[in-house]
Design a protein around this ligand. Structure first.
Ligand code: NGO
Length: 508
């Protein structure tokens, strides 16, 4: 029996995360058959999305699903139409009826997001890589969908523990399924410098040798970084590289003694304390270093943003911090990029167009929050990553072995319990560029651990970034419906008692 007050399960057509803007169930249903073709029209862009879709569908359905540029009224039709202005840069419409399934968008990103919705409307077994029985039916009706926020990010800290290109590709595929469109890479920290910089080669020798706990380190060559950027782009994610300055720099200070005030080298850090390292603000070589690093990173980053960190610079005086951040922001502008920095940017003068990333929590002081509202009042747009909602490195429960808990425990229901438009006083919706879920890796070393920490909480942030409104009492059912899909994809996840796993109608 359904307890009173429980909203009905979403219709089969609406059982999607993030929740679509509009779902109108209709008559009939679309079923894939051995005759089904994927009609991609004449544009190469729709064909690229069609190829991706066929790559998902063919192994599990065992159907040929040929791509064709011929028009027709039947089959899976991928349409890019510049006249569909209401769909914007990322929106789409999915129409499902007997005989035809039509995906329409103005831009390729919208068509790609439509494919993610289509995946979720097919049985979870569609995600498997060997032939499965079917039938492969999409409920009838129309989904019309556009995102609430332009920036829907996920961050991975590859500095505390290193993650390979292959590990990142796997996560990128998982992010794409939930319409995340930014991948923020935290590339440097006290414990490791993870991206090759030609003009400062020791960064990835002495600076990348180890990790938290003293284990082996690692780094990306520029070619590997480009491989990540290109793979992310093929999934419509923009990469935002972060080089954390002026604190969190022990790895760089260990590689280059001349960056230290006294010219004497320090050790790469293998512990997890923060706030003890700083570049030397009064030395000109510091700015040669910053210029070289940001120039080289900008050269290999097609995206518009460079994240320069700026968090927890506790070993830098407030005055030095303001001086340093001003100069570092100017370097970002010089190389044609937009600054992103953690919200401590409030302690400096934000450059025109700068974006600040809020990572406070319910315990953050009124004064610090007011500083962030002050940034918004100056026109700085905000990415919201409240640690007690979006930090995927935090423990779900006190019993968890993995994870930190400085911002409290982050159970799945709590991760959904916020609204970006009202979360910070003095930060209205139009000051919010979007949201981001961050996985810091002090305690996280493997893909399985990363997935366990990310799933299911990542979906809370994905939905807060894409959908307006949303109640936990309803969301939890849509979350439960995703689990068989994770099982088909081999994704490890936390079986939170707050989610009704395996309930009837979950699509299991
Ligand atoms: C903080 C800190 C990071 C930690 C993380 C752990 C920010 C922006 N700086 O978030 O260095 O890894 O918490 O939760």
């Amino acid at each position: 029996m359904t307890p009173p007050g429980t909203p009905p399960l979403p219709t089969a057509l609406g059982r999607v995360v993030p929740a679509p803007a509009s779902v109108l169930p209709g008559d009939g249903a679309y079923t894939l058959t051995s005759e089904t073709a994927i009609r991609v029209g004449a544009t190469g862009e729709a064909r690229t999305v069609g190829d991706y879709l066929a790559g998902v569908l063919r192994p599990s359905t065992g159907l040929p699903l040929p791509l064709t540029s011929e028009d027709g009224e039947d089959g899976i039709r991928l349409r890019l139409d510049p006249a569909e202005s209401a769909l914007g840069d990322e929106g789409y419409r999915l129409e499902s009826a007997d005989g035809a399934l039509t995906l329409t968008a103005r831009e390729p990103a919208g068509l790609f997001h439509a494919v993610q919705t289509l995946r979720q409307l097919l049985p979870p077994a569609v995600e498997r890589d060997t032939a499965q029985p079917g039938p492969w039916t999409v409920p009838g009706g129309v989904v019309t969908d556009t995102p609430r926020f332009a920036y829907r990010g996920a961050m991975v800290d590859v500095a505390r523990h290193f993650f390979t290109v292959g590990q990142l590709k796997r996560y990128i595929d998982q992010l794409a399924l939930y319409k995340i469109n930014k991948l923020h890479l935290h590339l440097t920290d006290d414990q490791g410098w993870r991206l090759a910089i030609d003009s400062w080669p020791e960064l990835t020798v002495a600076g990348a040798a180890t990790a938290v706990g003293g284990g082996s380190g690692g780094h990306y060559t520029k070619a590997q970084y480009t491989e990540i950027v290109e793979y992310a782009a093929s999934r419509h994610l923009e990469v935002i590289p972060e080089i954390d300055f002026p604190g969190h720099t022990a790895a760089a200070l260990a590689a280059y003694p001349e960056l230290n005030p006294d010219g004497v080298t320090v050790e790469v850090h293998t512990g997890t304390e923060v706030g003890f390292s700083s570049l030397t603000v009064g030395k000109e070589i510091t700015y040669d270093f910053v210029d070289d690093v940001l120039r080289e990173v900008a050269e290999i980053t097609p995206g518009r943003y460079l994240h320069i960190g700026g968090d927890e610079a506790d070993a830098t005086s407030a005055e030095d911090y303001a001086v340093f951040m001003k100069r570092a922001q100017a370097v970002v502008a010089k190389y044609g990029k937009t600054v992103v920095a953690w919200h401590q940017l409030a302690g400096a003068e934000p450059a025109p167009g700068a974006v600040a990333q809020y990572w406070g929590w319910d315990g953050t002081s009124a004064e610090e929050r007011a500083g962030v509202a002050g940034l918004a009042a100056q026109g700085v747009r905000l990415i919201l990553s409240p640690a007690d909602r979006t930090y995927l490195d935090h423990k779900y429960t006190a019993e968890d072995e993995l994870g930190l808990k400085w911002a409290g425990l982050v159970e799945v229901d709590h991760s959904y319990d916020w609204d970006p438009a009202t979360y910070l006083e003095g930060v209205p919706q139009d000051a919010v560029l979007g949201v981001e879920a961050a996985i810091w890796t002090e305690t996280v070393e493997t893909t399985e651990q990363l997935e366990y920490m990310a799933f299911p909480r990542l979906l809370s942030t994905a939905e807060r970034g894409w959908s307006a409104g949303g109640e936990w009492s309803e969301f939890r059912h849509r979350l439960a419906a995703q689990a068989p899909r994770w099982e088909a994809l081999g994704i490890a996840y936390y079986k939170s008692p707050t989610v009704p796993w395996g309930e009837a109608g979950s699509g299991a």
